[in-house]
Design a protein around this ligand. Sequence first.
Ligand code: AP5
Length: 209
Amino acid sequence: MNIVLLGPPGAGKGTVAALLKKELGVPHISTGDIFRENIKNGTELGRKVESIMASGALVPDDVTVELVRDRLSKADAADGYILDGFPRTIAQAEALSSFADIDAAVCFVLSEEEIVKRLSGRRICKSTGRIYHIVSNPPKVEGIDDETGEPLIQRDDDKPEAIRHRLEVYEASTAPLISYYEGKGLLRNIDASASPEDVLASILKALRG
Ligand code: AP5
């Protein structure tokens, strides 16, 4: 099954994708994670996208589309995948439709107040990408990753100014994808305010029902 996860920044897509991939046995492909990995490794791509991401703007469509086209050609994606954070513009969705058949677009629905709370409290482990929240999902020891023992960090784009900009960019460029996938009969709206386990259960029901 080829699934797209849609929805505003901080709605819980990455958190639930980590659970969903175990259920479905397909890879979780997050363009944000791929870009962050490139920044961490100091690659040419990483240098190109670092300041764009920190500001909360979008990486150009051509760069992102080629990255995804290449990733979907790998053997582990042959039997399905979960796309998280892609497509993010109508142009990306149209490009995707030229090299992939999407079975469902799952849209995480959450209020802006809750989004801001989730983003401002998020902490991540830089080397593994594991996601925490200082209130709803804290690590066992404050500020430390449960498995690697590394210090947790706050993403540059989770600072207040970047959060505001990301929400504007989402409304202008990404929200139109909701109608795009609705028009194709692929949209599944999910209430993302529940616990990650309950959000997972709603998604599985929507996909199988
Ligand atoms: P990306 O990494 O995709 O960020 P995003 O879409 O803004 O999504 P987030 O990772 O912020 O949120 P999420 O929904 O995954 O929430 P999470 O599970 O972490 O993109 C980053 C940047 O990369 C973009 O701004 C852009 O520059 C670039 N980029 C990426 N893709 C691109 C593309 N296609 N085109 C162009 N540019 C692109 O959860 C958030 C917090 O909430 C966590 O603390 C978590 O613990 C908590 N939480 C999660 N679920 C729950 C729950 N159910 N209950 C309580 N707390 C919860």
